[in-house]
Write a protein that binds this ligand. Sequence first.
Ligand SMILES: [Zn+2]
Length: 114
Amino acid sequence: MKKDVINTAKIKLREGDTVILNVKNKEERKKGKVLSVLRKENKLIVEGMNIRTRHVKPKKQGQESGIIKSEGAIHVSKVNFYCPKCERGVKVGIKISDNGKKTRFCRKCKETIK
Ligand SMILES: [Zn+2]
């Protein structure tokens, strides 16, 4: 029997969330805002993280050449939600209320995440 593959790994992060890099080295624990969520790839584009530089040659006359900086995607497992109350990266929990509405909360301090 063939089953359809369902991707159960759900990304609990949304655009506009602040996330922090999940690394051992404290100095490398950068914070940034989620710019976009790539659900199919389980990846995020985070402001200021994983910056890639690209050199651009002018295509038309008069166009300037230069360097374009853009954020590369990072895997969702490499970041944690940053809770301003706990002042650290935390795990996000999801509560479903009686009316079926999903609310996210900080698993550490139980604060609701908007
Ligand atoms: Zn918290």
